[in-house]
Design a protein around this ligand. Sequence first.
Ligand code: ZN
Length: 193
Amino acid sequence: MQIVKYPHPTLRHQSKPLRRVDAELRKMIREMLDLMYEHDGIGLAANQVDLPYRLFVMNLSSEPSEKDQEYVFINPVIVRRKGSAEEREGCLSFPELFAPVVRSEAVTLNAYDTSGRELTYELEGMPARVVQHEIDHLDGILFVDRLSPSSRLAMKEALEELELEFSGSRRRGVIPDDGLITARLNELESART
Ligand code: ZN
Protein backbone atom coordinates (compact mmCIF):
# COMPACT_ATOMS: atom_id res chain seq x y z
CA MET A 1 0.00 0.00 0.00
CA GLN A 2 1.27 3.46 -0.87
CA ILE A 3 -0.07 6.98 -1.25
CA VAL A 4 -0.88 8.04 -4.80
CA LYS A 5 -0.20 11.61 -5.81
CA TYR A 6 -2.01 14.08 -8.05
CA PRO A 7 -2.98 13.54 -10.90
CA HIS A 8 -3.36 9.77 -10.34
CA PRO A 9 -6.79 8.76 -11.80
CA THR A 10 -7.88 6.90 -8.63
CA LEU A 11 -8.08 10.33 -6.96
CA ARG A 12 -11.00 11.04 -9.34
CA HIS A 13 -12.85 7.82 -8.52
CA GLN A 14 -16.29 8.27 -6.89
CA SER A 15 -16.68 5.41 -4.44
CA LYS A 16 -19.94 3.65 -3.67
CA PRO A 17 -21.02 2.69 -0.12
CA LEU A 18 -19.54 -0.53 1.26
CA ARG A 19 -21.89 -3.39 2.06
CA ARG A 20 -20.04 -4.82 5.07
CA VAL A 21 -16.92 -4.57 7.18
CA ASP A 22 -14.84 -7.75 7.39
CA ALA A 23 -11.42 -8.76 8.68
CA GLU A 24 -9.74 -8.05 5.35
CA LEU A 25 -11.14 -4.52 5.26
CA ARG A 26 -10.07 -3.94 8.88
CA LYS A 27 -6.55 -5.00 7.92
CA MET A 28 -6.52 -2.44 5.07
CA ILE A 29 -7.77 0.24 7.47
CA ARG A 30 -4.91 -0.58 9.89
CA GLU A 31 -2.43 -0.23 7.01
CA MET A 32 -3.97 3.10 6.02
CA LEU A 33 -3.59 4.41 9.58
CA ASP A 34 0.06 3.28 9.71
CA LEU A 35 0.75 4.92 6.36
CA MET A 36 -0.94 8.15 7.48
CA TYR A 37 1.28 8.28 10.60
CA GLU A 38 4.37 7.49 8.54
CA HIS A 39 3.64 10.60 6.45
CA ASP A 40 2.65 12.80 9.44
CA GLY A 41 -0.87 13.14 8.05
CA ILE A 42 -4.07 13.79 10.02
CA GLY A 43 -6.47 12.22 7.51
CA LEU A 44 -6.29 9.70 4.67
CA ALA A 45 -9.02 8.56 2.26
CA ALA A 46 -9.11 5.15 0.55
CA ASN A 47 -8.70 6.71 -2.93
CA GLN A 48 -5.35 8.05 -1.77
CA VAL A 49 -4.05 4.50 -1.37
CA ASP A 50 -5.52 3.42 -4.71
CA LEU A 51 -8.60 1.70 -3.23
CA PRO A 52 -12.22 2.32 -4.37
CA TYR A 53 -13.75 2.09 -0.88
CA ARG A 54 -15.99 4.67 0.74
CA LEU A 55 -13.99 5.19 3.92
CA PHE A 56 -11.31 7.36 5.47
CA VAL A 57 -9.20 7.48 8.62
CA MET A 58 -8.38 10.46 10.83
CA ASN A 59 -6.20 11.31 13.80
CA LEU A 60 -5.82 15.05 14.41
CA SER A 61 -2.80 14.48 16.67
CA SER A 62 -1.03 12.55 13.86
CA GLU A 63 0.50 10.53 16.75
CA PRO A 64 0.06 6.73 16.66
CA SER A 65 0.28 6.68 20.49
CA GLU A 66 -2.88 8.86 20.72
CA LYS A 67 -5.23 5.92 20.12
CA ASP A 68 -8.27 7.70 21.54
CA GLN A 69 -8.01 10.26 18.73
CA GLU A 70 -7.98 7.61 16.03
CA TYR A 71 -11.17 7.53 13.94
CA VAL A 72 -12.37 5.41 11.04
CA PHE A 73 -15.38 6.64 9.05
CA ILE A 74 -17.09 4.12 6.78
CA ASN A 75 -19.83 5.28 4.36
CA PRO A 76 -19.76 8.80 5.88
CA VAL A 77 -22.64 11.17 5.11
CA ILE A 78 -22.85 14.83 6.13
CA VAL A 79 -26.42 15.39 7.29
CA ARG A 80 -26.16 19.01 8.48
CA ARG A 81 -23.85 21.97 7.84
CA LYS A 82 -23.46 25.28 9.66
CA GLY A 83 -21.50 28.47 8.97
CA SER A 84 -18.45 28.88 6.83
CA ALA A 85 -14.73 29.30 7.50
CA GLU A 86 -11.55 29.69 5.49
CA GLU A 87 -8.31 27.95 6.57
CA ARG A 88 -5.13 26.69 4.95
CA GLU A 89 -5.25 23.05 3.87
CA GLY A 90 -2.79 20.50 2.60
CA CYS A 91 -3.11 16.95 1.30
CA LEU A 92 -0.81 13.91 1.31
CA SER A 93 -1.50 13.53 -2.43
CA PHE A 94 -0.07 17.05 -2.98
CA PRO A 95 3.17 16.99 -0.94
CA GLU A 96 4.30 20.38 0.41
CA LEU A 97 1.37 22.28 -1.10
CA PHE A 98 -0.94 24.41 1.03
CA ALA A 99 -3.73 26.85 0.21
CA PRO A 100 -6.80 28.39 1.87
CA VAL A 101 -10.13 26.62 1.31
CA VAL A 102 -13.63 27.73 2.36
CA ARG A 103 -15.60 24.97 4.14
CA SER A 104 -18.59 24.69 6.45
CA GLU A 105 -17.59 25.67 9.99
CA ALA A 106 -19.52 22.83 11.63
CA VAL A 107 -20.99 19.57 10.34
CA THR A 108 -23.09 16.68 11.60
CA LEU A 109 -21.82 13.41 10.21
CA ASN A 110 -23.25 9.88 10.14
CA ALA A 111 -20.82 7.03 9.54
CA TYR A 112 -20.17 3.39 10.42
CA ASP A 113 -17.19 2.31 12.52
CA THR A 114 -15.07 -0.84 12.07
CA SER A 115 -17.48 -2.93 14.13
CA GLY A 116 -20.34 -1.93 11.82
CA ARG A 117 -22.09 0.43 14.27
CA GLU A 118 -23.67 3.58 12.88
CA LEU A 119 -22.56 6.67 14.82
CA THR A 120 -23.35 10.39 14.66
CA TYR A 121 -20.62 13.00 15.12
CA GLU A 122 -21.07 16.70 15.82
CA LEU A 123 -17.88 18.36 14.59
CA GLU A 124 -16.64 21.92 14.51
CA GLY A 125 -13.45 23.67 13.40
CA MET A 126 -10.48 21.45 12.44
CA PRO A 127 -12.20 18.01 12.61
CA ALA A 128 -15.15 19.40 10.59
CA ARG A 129 -12.68 20.64 7.97
CA VAL A 130 -10.83 17.33 7.79
CA VAL A 131 -13.99 15.25 7.29
CA GLN A 132 -15.19 17.58 4.52
CA HIS A 133 -11.78 17.30 2.80
CA GLU A 134 -11.80 13.49 3.10
CA ILE A 135 -15.43 13.02 1.98
CA ASP A 136 -14.55 15.14 -1.06
CA HIS A 137 -11.84 12.56 -1.83
CA LEU A 138 -14.46 9.78 -1.78
CA ASP A 139 -16.41 11.77 -4.39
CA GLY A 140 -13.32 12.30 -6.54
CA ILE A 141 -13.03 15.98 -5.54
CA LEU A 142 -9.64 17.45 -4.59
CA PHE A 143 -8.90 20.51 -2.45
CA VAL A 144 -7.35 22.26 -5.46
CA ASP A 145 -10.81 22.11 -7.09
CA ARG A 146 -12.07 24.42 -4.34
CA LEU A 147 -9.42 27.17 -4.50
CA SER A 148 -10.12 30.80 -5.29
CA PRO A 149 -8.90 31.84 -8.77
CA SER A 150 -5.89 33.63 -7.26
CA SER A 151 -4.81 30.64 -5.09
CA ARG A 152 -5.31 28.39 -8.09
CA LEU A 153 -3.04 30.60 -10.16
CA ALA A 154 -0.42 30.68 -7.40
CA MET A 155 -0.41 26.87 -7.38
CA LYS A 156 -0.35 26.40 -11.15
CA GLU A 157 3.37 25.73 -11.52
CA ALA A 158 3.51 23.30 -8.61
CA LEU A 159 0.60 21.34 -10.10
CA GLU A 160 2.28 21.23 -13.49
CA GLU A 161 5.39 19.86 -11.80
CA LEU A 162 3.34 17.05 -10.21
CA GLU A 163 1.76 16.35 -13.61
CA LEU A 164 5.21 16.06 -15.19
CA GLU A 165 6.38 13.73 -12.42
CA PHE A 166 3.28 11.59 -12.97
CA SER A 167 3.75 11.28 -16.74
CA GLY A 168 7.41 10.42 -16.08
CA SER A 169 6.40 7.57 -13.74
CA ARG A 170 3.96 6.39 -16.35
CA ARG A 171 6.60 6.37 -19.09
CA ARG A 172 8.85 4.33 -16.83
CA GLY A 173 6.01 1.85 -16.36
CA VAL A 174 5.68 2.53 -12.61
CA ILE A 175 2.02 3.54 -13.06
CA PRO A 176 -0.31 1.47 -15.29
CA ASP A 177 -2.49 3.08 -17.97
CA ASP A 178 -6.00 4.42 -17.23
CA GLY A 179 -7.75 1.33 -18.60
CA LEU A 180 -5.91 -1.03 -16.26
CA ILE A 181 -6.44 1.25 -13.25
CA THR A 182 -10.19 1.49 -13.94
CA ALA A 183 -10.53 -2.27 -14.48
CA ARG A 184 -8.81 -2.99 -11.15
CA LEU A 185 -10.93 -0.43 -9.26
CA ASN A 186 -14.15 -1.84 -10.75
CA GLU A 187 -13.16 -5.38 -9.84
CA LEU A 188 -12.32 -4.44 -6.23
CA GLU A 189 -15.47 -2.37 -5.96
CA SER A 190 -17.88 -4.96 -7.33
CA ALA A 191 -16.74 -7.42 -4.64
CA ARG A 192 -17.70 -5.06 -1.80
CA THR A 193 -20.50 -2.75 -2.89
ZN1 ZN B 1 -6.37 15.01 0.78
